[in-house]
Design a protein around this ligand. Sequence first.
Ligand code: MN
Ligand code: MN
Length: 410
Amino acid sequence: MQDDFSRRGMLGAVVAGGLMASASVASAQTAGQIPQPSRGPGVGGTDPVPGGLSRARENPDLINPPSTDSGTVPNLRFSFADGHTRQTSGGWTRQVTVRELGISKPIAGVNMRLNAGGVRELHWHKQAEWAYMLYGTARITAIDAQGRNFIDEVGVGDLWYFPGGIPHSIQGLGPDGCEFLLVFDDGEFDEDSTFLISDWFKHVPSDVLAKNFGVPASNFGHTPDPKDLYIFKAPIPGPMPADRLMGAAGVPDSFSHRMMAQQPLKTRSGTVRITDTSNFPVSKTIAAALVEIEPGGLRELHWHPNTDEWQYYIEGQGRMGVFGSNGQARTFDYQQGDVGYVPFAMGHYIENTGPTPLRFLEMFKSDHYADLSLNQWMALTPPDLLAVHLNLDKQVTDALQKKKSPIVPA
Ligand code: MN
Ligand code: MN
């Protein structure tokens, strides 16, 4: 009793100190309090020396896991807010790679901001680059190996894809530049070690540059330092027609795509838009789904038969339960700016636990999107065979759906 009383006293002091600003705690048990690792009477205990309070509040399902969680599952969440932010004259960038999220060997992500006019320097890299525009507008440029030209302007919900080795640039437009997510088909990708045009110029002797371009060597030797370019301030460019390159044919398959313009697959509880080589042919190594789940809705129990899933949470709050075979299961909580991960073939669901829509991207290092629905599998299995497995009553078997519903209630 005495302990309980003084604990409440301490909580009151914390509230008064303004440390309880976040009301966005999913679990009623932890709302407005210091989360205590006890999911019910007789399980767990209090935490007399709590640490990482904002973390604890963001992770109600790690502090108080569902009793169905068990065993060891690797970490499947990393927030861009936990990454180093590189700031330059033209904007900023941060990344979540295999160095931050160790399990993510096939995919790395970058979150980048370009101020109005800010340029991501002309460059290329070994990895293919897939992008989703989160904010504002940008102009992107590239050429392919056949000397064909690409220029486009992209806005929120648009994608681009540059195959490995293809040189490109990105520039923030008016009035307020842009922010976007980049996804690379290699977890080892490092945004800080790409092939920059200024870096190459800086490391070729002037007489070689002179011979290459057929002009006197005196033209060279004043290349800006690559660390001053990379992402740098520049004037907002003029209208696009003035920028279109004269005389060059366009690339046959566009490097950009309007994902939000796609007609979504719709259920009562949400929408799904799938983009892969079937509708964005150039995107040969990254397939994606943009998922929106209404409050209380559930991305149904499913898995993917082709590869790991890399997720980016655009807005809202949710939790994902992952089943890793052999009795292993763990539940993770996600919010805006988080990266989530599902190792190949592991079963999972994602539930909207917040009061607003949950929007996220599912990404795959693949040329196609594919998933398997637990519900559909059971519906398409001979009932007698199913009956000897799970001890289910008729209400459950009658409710099984032969048609897939990615978001439920459908
Ligand atoms: Mn790039
Ligand atoms: Mn999935």
